[in-house]
Design a protein around this ligand. Structure first.
Ligand code: SF4
Length: 193
């Protein structure tokens, strides 16, 4: 199966790639994350992914759109719902579009790994895109490997970001000091970092 795996960052990719390889699926990574700001942070996460991919022999395709302007224009009037109204849709749609244009059989995303992302929305949105584009959606609940992936990413010396991505999430983290409520699957054991 020719799988295009949207990758939000290197640390979230570790467990997903490992699991897919256990199933004999060799993913091609797809970087399209115009939600990461400011630019130096964007660069750091992109380069970390590229270095990691090369170190484990995985192909990575980069769409190098730094989308601060567009992101702000499309979210500023509805900040509270920015993740589901714009951020996930724009990235996932682009991934399906690329997969369709370039002959991939299926799409998945490392967004399904983080317990801090809206898992159910991402899953149902990908299902919708799958129908729209006629490209399969490979669903896995990668969240069960959250701690395993986290520990391996640290061991590999990967850059571990401190906030989700957009300038607003950086403000939430450092200025408003909002604690993100995790989206946990049933039976998942939460532990303190
Ligand atoms: S908090 Fe994260 S998922 Fe939500 S809009 Fe910002 S970067 Fe996107």
């Amino acid at each position: 199966m020719k799988l295009l795996l949207h990758a939000c960052c290197a640390p979230c990719s570790v467990y997903c790639i490992k699991q897919l390889r256990k199933e004999n699926i060799e993913p091609v990574l797809y970087w399209y994350n115009p939600n990461i700001h400011p630019f130096k942070e964007y660069e750091k996460r992109r380069d970390t992914l590229l270095e990691y991919a090369s170190s484990i022999g995985v192909e990575a395709i980069i769409d190098d759109t730094y989308g601060l302007d567009e992101f702000c224009k499309n979210t500023a009037n509805n900040l509270e719902n920015r993740c589901t109204s714009y951020c996930y849709p724009v990235r996932l749609r682009k991934t399906f579009e690329y997969a369709k244009e370039n002959g991939f059989d299926a799409v998945s995303t490392t967004l399904l790994y983080s317990i801090y992302q809206n898992h159910d929305f991402i899953k149902s949105y990908c299902e919708k895109l799958s129908e729209e584009y006629g490209v399969d959606f490979l669903y896995r609940d990668f969240r069960f490997g959250f701690w395993e992936g986290h520990d391996e990413a640290i061991k590999a010396g990967l850059y571990m970001q401190k906030y989700c991505g957009c300038v607003f999430s950086e403000e939430d983290r450092y200025v408003k000091k909002i604690k993100t409520k995790p989206f946990l699957p049933e039976g998942f054991e939460f532990r303190k970092k």
